[in-house]
Design a protein around this ligand. Structure first.
Ligand SMILES: CC(=O)SCCNC(=O)CCNC(=O)[C@H](O)C(C)(C)COP(=O)(O)OP(=O)(O)OC[C@H]1O[C@@H](n2cnc3c(N)ncnc32)[C@H](O)[C@@H]1OP(=O)(O)O
Ligand SMILES: CC(C)C(=O)C(=O)O
Length: 791
């Protein structure tokens, strides 16, 4: 049947109360109500499969853990399970001394008796009796007049008094009495008051404090807006006699979806107590949600005296016991309530966190409170044991701010605004294409592959292996006239992996970045310029690293609309900048072909140092220090001159090996046999002892120094004429994993009295870094042809 064109022919509006001078609208909530959980009764009776005793026990413990002090545990007359559950709680000492067990009974003698039997022996119990009072129920359900309704309530109230007193005498149980005029909101207001007055009189012992009688005023079915409920409550409170002897309890249901509003307005109107269920379980649309109410108070700075610090565990218990889900959008508890998908929300949250961090630091310094003020987030998820993990989730509705927030949270990169816009476009395209949410993993992976960030499979076509940036004074001829300050330029000297081939590059510029750009222009014909550069640090102290962000544009069009961003992170700021530049270049070159390195050409008079360095890095894996490149270049030139011809690649490699005794570093004259290096006491000094072949003879040696190499020189000095000193040392690894080797480069200077100082390089590798260093020293010493003392 379709909806009616004129529903007024079927439904009658509620009858508003003409309450004069109502007070509640101008009040604010400041008082925490007495909380009564009726999960195990009103909640339970609404389940397709009521809870088992085990489930009820789990739920009861959860309620106790949350701090609920009044718990309606059952309708004991309903079933043996309900009765036995209550007995079990009591007999197994499950009930803390400060917790009241509440039990519900209708106004029927046999059922009242059974209900009291259920709680006999517990420390504190609230006997809750109800009978409906509205005209519909009087007429249809009971066939009772108003007088008979009062009679039903008062007779049974007297019975409750008699039986509870007997129980107290016999078992020591302390009782409170709660009476509910069921269907209160549909009852004539003055009749509800008359009924309660009669019940109070029949009870006959309402007092103050703990002796107050509880009048529970249910919106059994929510039939009117919440202001009507508040009017009824205020009217009841103004009319009931001996107000001080009455606890006014509210029991809203949620048929119109305004259970929370009704409860809050009812509290403004003077309600002292709230009956409800966790997450709003209960008949039909449920009872009022206690978690929601409590956390509404909390968000106003009022502690509700209920603890939801680990809200997820409460959700887990309740869903497991009720076998009903908590809606993902459920206030405070739903899976999505601390999540923003949409761009402008995410942007505001991100900015909110940044501003709050600054504000809190300032307030902390002034000793002022650090208020929570984040757009779109009324409470801090952390207070409820929720992480910020799910705060921002990305789909096609998201914007740059949220994405940048996630990158900051998960990669610690505070990417600049323009780069945020660029990366947003990348993410948007994926999210739109795939029509799905982008997980944090999707976003960080997209970031890594877009910017070739993080090595491994994300490494781009260009990557930095090693480099050195030297400062060189500008020749006087280039200095500006009248400029007293000597200008300096930077020289970049480094090894890059270019499409998997190692390339030695060299370039000059005002700074390291322009020097690398120069090198790339020279060797790879890549002409780009830097348009924007920013940096920040990540972490502090020894752990601190620098993050750099670079935007590049074509060198020929610095105003280009097209640009590419890159990011680099390193403990060294120069290195992080260079990495960022290469990251941007990787984006810019795409699949563009780069000039290949022709290793087969060999050395000819046009070759320069980098050509030679390229052969050695690719054939031997050796990343020669800059000075050694220059030294070997001279050796090669000499050789070429002597043979008046081109040197093949193989000949170049063998020339290197013979010149520096590579890879073993030793000669027949000077050879390591066995050596041990130990720290001297707790100092940084080292003692070296062992055996060397010296001049073809095995000799025991011993020496001390700041490290193994200086200790070896000390040992050698006992056996040679003159002195050796280290001028330069460098090392790196070749290979990976178990195959890794250490390579050492040593330049030694040899001084013999009366002779000109000589210097030579030695190169060696070994699986052990100390041994490779020692062998490199012996290799250099062999090259110097040191003269051995005659013994
Ligand atoms: C708004 C609420 O949530 S109230 C609580 C509702 N909860 C429950 O009903 C769950 C537990 N209930 C039960 O297990 C059963 O209904 C029982 C054991 C209480 C009673 O079962 P039965 O005796 O089979 O009766 P039934 O369930 O049909 O209840 C209706 C009878 O109780 C009467 N009744 C209803 N409410 C009350 C009341 N508060 N006081 C006295 N009698 C009442 C009805 O008028 C009807 O009487 P009738 O048989 O003379 O016509
Ligand atoms: C028993 C009463 C309080 C009840 O559950 C209701 O009216 O909803």
């Amino acid at each position: 049947m379709p909806m009616l064109a004129d529903p007024s022919t079927k439904y009658r509006p509620y009858k508003p109360l003409d309450l004069k001078n109502r007070q509640w609208p101008s009040k604010t909530l400041s008082k925490v109500p007495i909380w009564l959980s009726t999960d195990l009764r009103d909640g339970n009776q609404a389940l397709a499969n009521p809870m088992t005793i085990a489930q009820k026990t789990t739920f009861f413990r959860q309620l106790v853990k949350c701090g609920v002090k009044e718990i309606e545990v059952s309708y004991p007359a309903a079933s043996d399970t309900d009765f036995q559950f209550v007995r079990g709680l009591i007999e197994n000492n499950e009930v803390p001394d400060d917790v009241w067990l509440q039990v519900l009974t209708p106004a029927r003698a046999d059922l009242i008796k059974r209900t009291i039997d259920a709680v006999a022996g517990c420390k504190r119990a609230i006997l809750h009796m109800y009978n409906a009072s509205s005209p519909l129920f009087r007429n249809v359900v009971f066939g009772n007049s108003k007088e008979q309704t009062i009679e039903l309530a008062t007779t049974h109230t007297k019975l409750v008094r008699q039986l509870t007193e007997e129980c107290t005498q016999k078992h020591g149980t302390i009782f409170k009495y709660e009476y509910s005029p069921e269907t209160f909101t549909q009852t004539e207001p003055e009749f509800a008051i008359e009924l309660c007055e009669a019940v109070k009189a029949a009870w006959g012992k309402a007092g103050t404090g703990e002796d107050r009688i509880i009048f529970n005023l249910p919106a059994t079915v929510e039939i009117a807006p919440p202001n009507h409920y508040a009017d009824l409550i205020e009217n009841f409170i103004n009319s009931i006699s001996e107000r001080e002897k009455v606890i006014v309890s509210l029991h809203p249901h949620n048929d119109r979806g305004t259970g929370i509003a009704a409860a809050e307005m009812g509290m403004l109107a003077g309600g002292d107590r709230i009956e409800g269920c966790l997450f709003g379980n209960g008949e039909r649309t449920g009872n009022v949600d206690l978690v929601n109410l409590a956390l509404n108070l909390y968000s106003q700075g009022i502690h509700p005296q209920l603890d939801f610090s680990d809200i997820q565990s409460v959700v887990d218990t309740v869903t497991q016991c009720n076998d009903l889900p908590v809606h993902p959008r459920h206030p405070y508890a739903g899976e999505l309530v601390f999540t923003a998908f949409s761009g402008s929300h995410q942007d505001a949250i991100k900015k909110g966190f940044e501003a709050q961090k600054r504000r809190h630091a300032e307030n902390a310094a002034k000793g002022e409170p650090q208020y929570w003020e984040i757009p779109y987030l009324p409470v801090d998820p952390a207070d409820l044991g929720e992480s910020y993990e799910a705060l921002i989730r990305v789909n096609s509705q998201s914007g740059k701010g949220g994405i940048a927030y996630l990158i900051k949270e998960h990669l610690h990169l505070d990417i600049p605004r323009k780069m945020q816009i660029a990366f947003y476009k990348v993410v948007q395209a994926v999210a739109d294409r795939e029509a799905r949410e982008m997980t944090v993993d999707d976003i960080t992976t997209t970031f890594r592959s877009a910017y070739h960030y993080g090595g491994g499979k994300f490494q781009g076509r260009l990557s930095l292996r090693n480099f050195k940036v030297a400062t060189e004074p500008v020749g006087e001829e280039n200095a500006l006239e009248g400029d007293d300050a000597i200008d300096e330029r930077r020289r970049f000297d480094g090894t890059l992996s270019v499409d998997g081939v190692l390339r030695v590059l060299r370039g000059d510029g005002n700074g390291p970045l322009s020097a690398l750009l120069d090198a790339l222009r020279t060797y790879l014909h890549l002409d780009f310029a830097i348009r924007e550069y920013t940096e920040h640090s990540i972490g502090e102290g020894h752990e601190a690293r620098a993050a750099s962000y670079i935007e590049i544009v074509p060198g020929s069009d610095r105003k280009s609309n097209e640009s590419w961003w890159g990011v680099g992170v390193d403990s060294d700021i120069t290195s992080s900048g260079l990495r960022a530049l290469l990251s941007a270049l990787n984006g810019a070159i795409g699949q563009q072909a780069l000039p290949e390195l022709k290793l087969t050409v060999g050395f000819n008079p046009k070759s320069d140092q980098t050509d030679i360095a390229n052969v050695l890095v690719n054939c031997l894996g050796l990343e020669l220090p800059r000075k050694l490149q220059a030294a070997f270049f001279e050796v090669v030139q000499r050789q070429a001159r002597e043979h008046n011809s081109e040197i093949s690649v193989d000949a170049l490699v063998s020339l290197f090996n013979t010149t520096y005794g590579y890879p073993h570093g030793e000669s027949d004259k000077l050879k390591l046999q066995s050596v041990v290096v130990d720290p001297i006491g707790k100092t940084n000094r080292r003692a070296l002892s062992g055996e060397l072949v010296l001049g073809g003879q095995s000799k025991k040696i011993q020496g001390e120094g700041n490290g193994p190499l200086s200790a070896l020189l000390d040992a050698l000095h006992l056996h040679i004429d003159g002195t050796l000193r280290i001028r330069e040392y460098a090392e790196h690894s070749i290979g990976e994993g178990a195959e890794v080797l250490a390579v050492s480069y040593v330049e030694l200077v040899y001084d013999v009295e009366g002779a000109k100082s000589k210097s030579a390089w030695g190169v060696a590798h070994d699986t052990d870094i100390t041994e490779s260093g020692l062998k490199a020293v012996l290799s250099a010493a062999s090259g110097l042809d040191v003269s051995l003392k005659s013994t």
